[in-house]
Design a protein around this ligand. Sequence first.
Ligand code: SF4
Ligand code: SF4
Ligand code: SF4
Length: 202
Amino acid sequence: MTSVSDIDDLLPQTQCRQCGFDGCLAYARAIAEEGAPINRCAPGGAAGIARLAAATGRPVLPLDPEFGRELPFAVARIRAEECIGCAWCVRACPTGAICGAPKHLHGVLEDDCTGCALCLPACPMDCIVMVENGREWTLEDAHRARALAERMKKRRAEDDAREKARLDAIRSEQRQLEPGAKSALIADIMTRAREANRSGGR
Ligand code: SF4
Ligand code: SF4
Ligand code: SF4
């Protein structure tokens, strides 16, 4: 039987979820362990299905149109004049390909963009477009993208844990306070929140 990681190695690693699973690894697991069909990954297209068929010994099938169409590789580009710097797209991007400070316009690091298009629905200004750049998405690109996505996931989990610890500390401080000191604490929390807003947003 082909292992989950062998199948995962053959997937495009855009983490786009068009296959209906929560990323490439989840789809690989479903193929290897639950017999999920091998023809649901639109970014991988016909070549990807052929690779999966060869690895699993299953017949080659056409891409299931319910899960998207095979399109030329395209990367995201931000129309700078319309960007309001809200940074909502940053959180949506699995590889950390979008950079820019909150309240300033954002840009896409083309080399790190997998073309997953997850940033498009996140943008309230509708100012992100997909642009074909004339190149193919290779398995080498896929493996690099997987490493970027893993790094981002770890970084975000650490950020979330830090933020949770900070809020827990504030709550516990608040519980121990005399009623008179509460207003000073609230003022302090508001100051910290304003500072975090100015400097954060990832
Ligand atoms: S690249 Fe393919 S396998 Fe990976 S999440 Fe997208 S559709 Fe699913
Ligand atoms: S910039 Fe957009 S399309 Fe590119 S990887 Fe990030 S979320 Fe996906
Ligand atoms: S979500 Fe749209 S408006 Fe907000 S920073 Fe990203 S590109 Fe700019």
